[in-house]
Design a binder for this molecule. Sequence first.
Ligand SMILES: C[S@@+](CC[C@H](N)C(=O)[O-])C[C@H]1O[C@@H](n2cnc3c(N)ncnc32)[C@H](O)[C@@H]1O
Length: 307
Amino acid sequence: MAIAAAQRSLLEVIADIERCPDPTITLDALDPDFGADHYSGEVILVDDVEYIHRPLRAWLELGEKLGLRLRVPRLIERPFMRLTYERLPPGGRSEDGGREKYGTASEFARIVKAEEPRFVLDLREALARVELPAQPRVLDLGVNTGAELVLALALDARLATATLVGVDHSASALAAARARLPQATFVEADLATLEEQDLGARFDLVISIDTLHSPGIDDRRLLRHIVLDRMAPTGALILGFPNGRYRGGELEYGTRVVNLREPELGHLVKDVAFYRRYLQQHRRRVFVTGKHEVLVTAVPYLQPDAL
Ligand SMILES: C[S@@+](CC[C@H](N)C(=O)[O-])C[C@H]1O[C@@H](n2cnc3c(N)ncnc32)[C@H](O)[C@@H]1O
């Protein structure tokens, strides 16, 4: 039977959901279109009856927090909609597949970040903060199949004339990257040995998304090397750090620490604070943005034409 949620408090609804033993849970709630411009939880009158307004966002967040997928809401008799939640599989840690952990045969290869709206728009914002010379040199560390370079090219016309270099240790991912971006150079190497790699002149933009925290990488040493040896004096940097995980295809907010079920942001906050301070000390303005993907964007205080 559906839980009648349109006149019950959020705490009562949560208790009802948590008591429900079924694999799917149905609720009848007020159609949120009746409450446009109202706050979540405000009482509103529909046909002279009081109901609690909750926007779709509240129902999505509730599901996300309780490990439930929200199916498409269905309008039923006025003024209600029917919500169905289904339980998500437990989120696990991916197997350590060595260099091919993120290869083309991995579960990771199914993820299409270019279709994650927050990521796309946050990356667009980050790129817009970066000043670039006419023929910029761009380095992507942990480039994988080149998907984020393809996205960056689509987001920023200035990159059409860029020299693109990508580094990764996954041979299968790089084969896909070479097929996607034949004009780019891809180097198969362990980032722990980046200091020994000849990648040519310094770069105007370095991108590294979800890579600095990988096992076997000393993130602080790598950051120092990027800033001191790889970036042009007016170079910019865009770093990404995961702050979410996928469960049954759904993206769940918050980074997880081993042995803790609930997200714990302490380590991420501490690391981001370190990167921010380090980059500021190296004459960069730093912006920290994002939600499921935290982006740290560093741009020089002095833009190229001011030097
Ligand atoms: C989580 S994936 C992120 C890929 C891509 N940047 C993205 O955000 O979709 C991490 C990438 O870094 C690569 N990687 C991890 N550790 C590495 C290492 N020590 N040396 C080189 N590449 C590494 C992996 O093969 C993988 O392509």
